[in-house]
Design a protein around this ligand. Structure first.
Ligand code: ZN
Length: 56
């Protein structure tokens, strides 16, 4: 979960601009996203669902 690099460790492609989004899955903990890089590396990460944010 921690230390996800801002770039692909193999080719340096910025992971914030994935070459191809394979799929997304909504789970109870958030949204899981699968992407593929230009070099073929598949990345997966979880975007936690905002539930208990203290907004005041
Ligand atoms: Zn790559």
């Amino acid at each position: 979960m921690t230390g996800s690099p801002p770039q692909c460790p193999q080719c340096g492609w910025p992971t914030t601009q994935p070459f191809q989004t394979l799929s997304t899955h909504r789970t109870s903990e958030g949204t899981v996203t699968y992407t593929r890089c230009v070099c073929g590396a598949v990345r997966m990460w979880l975007t936690p669902t905002a539930q208990h944010l203290p907004l005041r």
